[in-house]
Design a protein around this ligand. Structure first.
Ligand SMILES: *[C@@H]1O[C@H](CO)[C@@H](O)[C@H](O)[C@H]1NC(C)=O
Ligand SMILES: *[C@@H]1O[C@H](CO)[C@@H](O)[C@H](O)[C@H]1NC(C)=O
Ligand SMILES: *[C@@H]1O[C@H](CO)[C@@H](O)[C@H](O)[C@H]1NC(C)=O
Ligand SMILES: *[C@@H]1O[C@H](CO)[C@@H](O)[C@H](O)[C@H]1NC(C)=O
Length: 446
């Protein structure tokens, strides 16, 4: 069997792969039988014909198969005519000179003919004729499919900036029937605006225009134009987006990890990423000058020996062709950490006195400043220490008086009892009743 494919054409018929299309009659046989069955069961009771055939769609350059089938044949003559009603085959004889027509099968029940290298001019209505009385005819319409040329994407802009609108056009040339075009950006389908042109040779050129706004996530994403046509499969073209965007800036604190304290060092790194990549980054201090001894190398800012006068907003600025961005770091320099230990209650009297003296001062501070936690701490600690010490002093005094009084009473009893009594018992009895001597006792402890 002759079989010809136009060079450069990608041809697919009814879902088979373009690489090796199997013989058409094999492909179509089950469908045909189904169609015969359907048409027979639908039309036979009405028209009572026993001659059937099928329409054929064929890709240009491929082979078409025309099959005239007869049911319950009573030896009637069968023939196949072309659209101009010239006889192609009369039984198994070919009067027509066109050698592209070849007999595939001839039997009582079928006349099967192949037509190779189909061209557009072969399109039309072919006729199967059965010489019964009256004669019967069945029609096979051959439709030639012409696949479109490779789709071509034209982009208005080669390089884009984020937020810009861009336009792309995809064209599929000269197909029959008209192709349809779909667009995908990454895995998202986008709607295009189609335009169909019918050319002088009855072919269709289809183009689709796509307009959309790009953002920086679109950089490197493919835009795909997909062409759907019965004669082709997986027909597409793609173009990768190149989107420029302004830098993204981020300040990273390298040192210190905790509070920034006076006398310590500060190291900041500025990270900037953009397209195109910013050439350099710039450190500035908002509404002020960067300390004169600060060291700036590349994206790094290094300040030694922090001082409260350095606090403020430090800004890292990066720019490229698209725009400028910045990130801020707010520096607040805290006091250097205190080295003097907090006084404890176990300290000497001298320390305690000092604390008591300093107490009102601290209290005043906290009232006036209301601000730093340090002043409040001092005031509270001072107050607590003072109260504790005062309480201890009071306790000492009370204890002192208590011991002194007991000692005095003892002496009084002994003195009184010993002087007046004849024996020890009498002395105690005398002492218990000796309230009159209370005035004398006072002089021991005052
Ligand atoms: C197929 O037909 C075209 C014209 O329709 C012709 O130019 C071409 O040579 C033919 N190819 C083969 C393989 O016969
Ligand atoms: C064949 O195609 C024609 C239109 O070209 C249509 O009217 C007819 O019903 C078709 N026949 C079959 C069997 O599908
Ligand atoms: C901070 O700077 C001021 C002058 O701006 C200076 O008087 C002061 O001593 C500095 N403090 C420290 C801890 O270096
Ligand atoms: C810097 O911090 C000090 C307190 O540590 C504050 O008095 C001063 O107003 C701050 N200056 C700036 C510019 O923030």
């Amino acid at each position: 069997r002759a079989k010809a494919v136009l060079p450069g054409r990608m041809v697919v018929l009814k879902g088979t792969s373009s690489e090796s299309p199997p013989p058409l009659f094999l492909m179509h046989m089950p469908i045909h039988y189904f169609l015969i069955y359907v048409s027979l069961s639908l039309f036979c009771p009405v028209v009572s014909q026993n001659l059937v055939t099928d329409n054929v769609s064929v890709v240009e350059g491929e082979m078409a198969i025309i099959s005239c089938r007869v049911k319950n044949n009573d030896d009637s003559v069968i023939q196949l005519l072309n659209p101009n009603r010239q006889t192609i085959y009369f039984r198994d004889v070919r009067p027509l000179k066109d050698a592209r027509f070849q007999l595939v099968n001839f039997s009582d029940n079928e006349l099967r003919v192949s037509l190779s290298n189909v061209s557009l001019s072969d399109e039309g209505r072919y006729v199967c004729q059965l010489y019964t009385d009256p004669p019967q005819e069945a029609y096979a319409d051959i439709t030639v499919l012409i696949p479109p040329g490779n789709p071509i994407i034209e982009a208005r802009d080669e390089v884009l900036s984020e937020g810009n609108e861009t336009e792309m056009t995809c064209t599929a040339m000269s197909s029959k029937p008209a192709a349809t075009i779909r667009w995908m950006k990454g895995d998202k389908e986008l709607p295009g605006k189609p335009k169909v042109e019918l050319t002088y040779d009855k072919m269709y050129t289809v183009s689709s225009r796509l307009t959309f706004t790009v953002n920086k996530e679109d950089d490197g994403v493919p835009v795909v134009c997909i062409v759907d046509h019965p004669a082709v499969k997986d027909f597409q073209a793609q173009k990768y987006l190149e989107v420029q965007y302004k830098p993204e800036v981020k300040i990273v604190v390298e040192f210190p990890q905790g509070l920034t304290r006076e006398g310590e060092n500060l190291e900041l790194t500025c990270q900037a990423k953009g397209k195109p990549q910013p050439q350099r980054v710039n450190w500035v201090k908002v509404d002020d000058d960067v300390p004169s001894h600060a060291v700036i190398t590349g994206g790094d800012l290094y300040i030694e020996n922090l001082n409260k006068s350095y606090n403020g907003t430090y800004r890292c600025v990066a720019s490229n062709a698209v725009g400028e961005s910045y990130d801020d770091y707010i520096l607040y320099v805290y006091d250097a950490p205190t080295t003097t230990p907090i006084p404890t209650t176990a300290t000497t009297t001298t320390t305690t006195i000092t604390t008591i003296i300093s107490y009102p001062e601290a209290n005043q501070d906290s009232r006036a400043g209301e601000g730093t936690p340090r002043t409040v701490d001092h005031a509270v600690i001072g107050g607590v220490v003072a109260v504790v010490v005062f309480a201890m002093l009071c306790l000492l005094i009370v204890l002192g008086r208590y011991f002194a009084r007991h000692k005095g009473t003892y002496f009084t009893h002994e003195a009184k009892g010993a002087d007046d009594a004849a024996d020890a018992d009498t002395a105690i009895i005398n002492a218990e009743g000796g309230h009159t001597n209370s005035d004398e006792k006072k002089e021991y402890y005052i």
